[in-house]
Design a protein around this ligand. Structure first.
Ligand SMILES: OC[C@H]1O[C@H](O[C@H]2O[C@H](CO)[C@@H](O)[C@H](O)[C@H]2O)[C@H](O)[C@@H](O)[C@@H]1O
Length: 665
């Protein structure tokens, strides 16, 4: 197994490795390891400034959370403040798809209209400061606006973008798609590949390669040969990267692809978790483990028993010795697509070269990945020179991906065998979609989670098998479950529970996110309006423990309790005063006592203290109490709307006095 001791994910002493990162991540100041590494430096602050202040601390100060918190407040801006809300310029309120769906089902038509409004909520652009001061940000600069997944995933993601682009194209946003493809082109120019996501802490690894397929989707929707001919050398370059940096040669001489980032340190965005996984290990074993954890993230399946040698023990993760069935199917599709685009562009020798590569890979699929006894395509263990005997689950949904890629097409007996195997395993019989695996491990890429991209592959795989009615049934079940969850929560979710119709999934390192790019939908403008706290303050959820926990999880998933200066009015940046980034005193009041009513006293205390501290900082620097405050900028007044922000200020003072009584006496 490859190990790369002392190799950091990137060369930043703020965002990727080093004593400062270590101290802050272990300080307990952040609920999620990703928060700290998403915070840029304030304007005027340089990496040398903050590193200098940190280096001058004594060892005990470096371990003191209050000291670190003060340094954080003085030097760092809000996580995500270097991304601005961006409305795609080609967005249209009534795309033809919505009318077509509405004609068959008015309720799904209304839902599709809401999904089209996704692009309002999830559109982002990188602010100019990221280009001007790249070392002050973990965000990577890209020139064009893009669409993010949502929740804690504030930046673009590599393979998520394939489904986001599909949705954008369905809604007619071809210019936006062109811009996002150009962004990826700049990534390949810089790094040789598209990284995992738009942060420098992701540049040590990629994700399942779908860039060529994204370009093909765009070409099929627009026939814009100009952009395709610009991007062709870049998708070819990225394919070359996979064929040199992520390849092994088997003892019989075939080249198979693997996931293998060259890193030997914890993931900055999963720092605390990775240190915990390596607890008790010596430095060499720990470095090997970090490489395998990063490889797990590169698979997009982070994490799953699919990669574990023992049970559900993540410390036994061993990814790089496997040639994953889905990665090799994606590269088969990449080769096929490169051949097709080369033909369209009149590059006949390239077309022949990539068609030959696809042909070789199709043969390798039969030799290495097809398991006759199981009636499935399975991962191949290159180190052991044998197919993986599923240690934990008789089924991983990755086995559907070669079928989607067309590798079983035209083979009637194999198609029937696969269908029988799927029916025998019962994986098409679940209440809410096809499961990720049959192993219940607590990891997010296992039972009971069902992910949108895996439904997509499975539905089109069933079509490719000639099983149209099974495909339709799975599509309908999935949509019905998404719709039920949307109706009851007003949200689209990152993943769903395959056992519980209409319920979100869970497990893994972070609270299930909402948004959500690849699931394709959100409510019209904002995932959250603070008015939703008022029924809770009024006691309408009191005494209902499961609903209270669900509300808390939703608030945490949305990240609305993580802002620098209180709870925001909404997540929509509209320029109106009752929207982001404004925080109003009465809404803090309702929210704080709503959290108490949920039984979340420590969250309530934290919000009360944050709000009072921000009021107090503003008072200290301006001598004034303000009508509203900026939730992104600690100690600063708010703005927007029809008039200049007022001072005085009646209800701000009343709320402050009430909170001082309840939380400071
Ligand atoms: O912070 C933990 C991990 O989060 C990401 O992985 C998950 O979300 C991605 C965005 O939707 C998705 O592409 C991936 O398949 C999910 O497992 C991130 O990509 C990981 O690198 C990161 O360690």
């Amino acid at each position: 197994m490859a190990c790369f001791a002392d190799t950091p994910p990137c060369d930043s002493a703020l965002f990727c490795s080093g004593p400062l990162l270590h101290a802050f991540q272990l300080s307990g100041l952040f609920n999620d390891s990703k928060t700290f590494v998403d915070a840029p430096l304030l304007p005027g602050v340089t990496p040398a400034d903050v590193l200098g202040v940190f280096d001058a601390l004594s060892p005990s100060q470096k371990a003191n959370a209050s000291v670190l918190h003060a340094i954080y407040l003085a030097h760092y801006d809000e996580p995500g403040s270097d991304l601005e809300a961006w409305l795609p310029p080609d967005w249209q309120p009534h795309p033809p798809l919505v009318a077509a769906v509405a004609a068959r089902s008015p309720s799904y038509g209304a839902w599709a209209a809401d999904l089209n409004a996704l692009w309002h909520t999830l559109g982002r652009k990188v602010v100019a400061d990221v280009e001007d001061r790249p070392d002050a940000h973990s965000l990577l600069y890209v020139p064009n606006g893009f669409v993010v997944p949502g929740g804690r995933f504030r930046e673009w993601y590599n393979w998520d973008t394939f489904w986001i682009l599909r949705g954008l194209l369905e809604c007619g946003l071809t210019k936006t798609v062109a811009g996002m493809l150009e962004n990826f082109g700049t990534m390949v120019e810089t790094f040789g590949f598209v990284p995992n996501g738009g942060r420098r802490y992701y540049i040590d690894r990629s994700q399942p390669p779908l860039f060529a397929l994204m370009v093909a989707e765009y070409y099929d929707a627009t026939h814009d040969l100009g952009l395709v001919s610009t991007l062709f050398p870049l998708i070819a370059k990225e394919y070359g990267w996979w064929m040199t940096e992520r390849v092994v040669t088997t003892s019989s001489g075939e080249m198979l692809n693997i996931y293998r980032p060259k890193v030997g340190m914890p993931r900055p965005e999963g720092y605390v978790e990775d240190l915990q996984h390596a607890q008790g290990m010596g430095p060499v074993d720990a470095a090997c483990l970090y490489a395998q954890i990063a490889a797990g993230a590169e698979t997009g399946w982070d994490f799953s028993t699919r990669w574990f040698a023992t049970g559900s023990d993540i410390s036994s993760i061993c990814v790089s010795s496997l040639a994953p069935v889905d990665l090799n199917a994606f590269l088969f599709q990449t080769e096929t697509t490169l051949a097709r685009l080369a033909t369209v562009l009149g590059r006949s020798s390239d077309a022949a070269k990539y068609a030959a590569a696809a042909n070789r890979r199709a043969q390798a699929f039969d030799a290495f990945f097809w398991n006759e006894a199981a009636g499935q395509y399975v991962d191949y263990n290159v180190s052991a020179a044998s197919q993986v005997q599923p240690p934990h689950s008789d089924f991983y949904v990755a086995s559907m991906i070669p079928i989607w890629a067309g590798l079983a097409s035209g083979n009637a007996s194999r198609s029937a065998q696969i269908r029988d195997a799927l029916q025998g395993l019962g994986v098409l019989d679940f209440a809410a979609g096809i499961p990720t695996s049959l192993a219940t491990s607590g990891q997010q890429w296992d039972m009971p989670n069902a992910w949108a991209p895996m439904q997509f592959f499975s539905i089109y795989a069933l079509e490719a098998l000639g099983e149209a009615s099974l495909a339709t049934q799975l599509a309908k079940t999935w949509l019905a479950s998404n719709y039920a969850a949307y109706n009851s929560t007003g949200l689209m979710w990152e993943k769903y529970n395959v056992l519980k119709f209409g319920k979100p999934g869970g497990g893994g390192e972070y609270t299930v996110a909402t948004g959500f790019g690849w699931t394709n939908g959100v409510p019209p403008h904002s995932d959250f309006y603070v008015a939703s706290m008022i029924p809770i303050w009024a006691g309408l959820a009191s005494g209902n423990a499961s609903r209270s926990a669900q509300i808390r999880d939703a608030l945490q998933g949305l990240g609305v309790l993580d802002f620098a200066a209180g709870i925001p009015t909404s997540l929509a940046t509209s320029g109106q005063q009752w929207d982001m980034p404004n925080a109003w005193a009465p809404m803090q009041f309702f929210s704080i006592y709503a959290l108490e009513a949920l039984g979340e006293a420590s969250l309530a205390t934290q919000l009360a203290k944050t709000w009072l501290a921000s009021n107090y900082a503003a008072y200290n620097s301006t001598g004034l109490m303000w009508e509203k405050y900026n939730v992104l900028k600690f100690g600063k007044p708010g703005g927007g709307g029809e008039y200049t922000v007022a001072t005085g200020f009646g209800w701000t003072n009343g709320v402050a006095l009430a909170l001082l009584r309840d939380y400071f006496t």
